[in-house]
Write a protein that binds this ligand. Structure first.
Ligand SMILES: NC(=O)c1ccc[n+]([C@@H]2O[C@H](COP(=O)([O-])OP(=O)(O)OC[C@H]3O[C@@H](n4cnc5c(N)ncnc54)[C@H](OP(=O)(O)O)[C@@H]3O)[C@@H](O)[C@H]2O)c1
Length: 249
């Protein structure tokens, strides 16, 4: 088989969406680096990708909260990448609002994971993208970041902060060929949403990953996935506060 022309680094390679995306990338002939905290499990995923698709795949230790490790991690990714290194930011934490209210440490950990950790690792990887002359960065944002809801407004705030960080990151690195896409995801049927009541327009991880892979090839800026969330969120954003504040959302 010809050497891959691109490598997808999946940050949060053990996440349900990250795993499904890695399968899409490998099926298209890309090399894959699956990065996360449970390296033994990621080794099994990498072996599965190699066997199933015949592409290079490796597991890497990555902890979003271990900020001091991010530069070394970025160098290791650059050394392993074949062809252009592209990134999928697929880690995240979503404790309930009640858990965050009850225990400030839980709230802090979510903010540090979803915002500080994401910003830190993307900053550490930016020089790698610039030196190679560009790359694609896809992040899993959320519709929760578009309007704060009583039930998860701190989680929503982390995704809103991530969105603004990504806007500036895109503007800063565009001249070096870096293309950034923030996917404003609706609910996906994963471990993250299993504790919640049934949610509308819930996507399966495979369908979501197929859509994310398609968008990753074409789009930059922000895109809703599934697409139905674009008009739904436009309507939700338009609800006046006096009405919105009476809804139990
Ligand atoms: N599911 C949805 O409805 C939905 C909607 C919108 C956006 N998203 C976003 O999509 C992304 C993936 O979520 P998912 O639904 O696939 O959920 P998931 O299966 O629960 O995955 C979450 C992943 O984040 C990883 N993670 C948490 N803290 C980490 C840290 N400090 N360092 C490295 N990895 C860490 C977890 O790793 P461990 O296995 O080591 O704990 C886990 O693999 C998240 O950013 C989430 O916010 C999901």
């Amino acid at each position: 088989m010809a050497a891959p022309t691109e490598t997808w680094l999946v940050l949060g390679g053990g996440s349900t969406i990250g795993r499904a995306f890695a399968q899409r990338a490998a099926a298209a002939g890309a090399a894959v680096l699956v990065a996360g905290r449970d390296v033994a499990e990621l080794e099994r995923s990498a072996a599965d990708l190699r066997l199933r698709h015949g592409v290079p795949a490796s597991a890497m230790l990555f902890d979003a909260l271990d900020l001091a490790s991010h530069r070394g991690f970025a160098r290791a990714c650059a050394a392993l990448a074949q062809g252009q290194l592209n990134l999928l930011l697929a880690f995240g934490s979503m404790p309930s609002q009640a858990e965050c209210d009850a225990e400030p440490g839980v709230a802090r950990r979510m903010v540090e994971t979803n915002v500080t950790g994401a910003a830190s690792v993307l900053t550490a990887l930016a020089p790698v993208l610039r030196v190679q002359g560009g790359g694609v960065v896809v992040a899993l944002g959320s519709v929760a970041g578009e309007r704060g809801r009583p039930r998860n407004h701190l989680y929503g705030a982390t995704k809103a902060a991530l969105a603004v960080f990504l806007q500036g990151y895109a503007a800063r690195h565009a001249r070096h060929g870096v293309r950034v896409l923030n996917i404003l995801a609706g609910p996906v049927d994963t471990a993250l949403t299993w504790p919640l009541p049934k949610l509308p327009f819930m996507a399966s991880p495979d369908d979501f990953a197929a859509g994310a892979w398609r968008l990753a090839r074409q789009r930059s800026g922000q895109a809703h996935l599934p697409g139905i969330w674009a008009p739904v969120m436009a309507a939700i954003r338009a609800v006046p506060d006096r009405v919105f504040n009476r809804l139990d959302l």
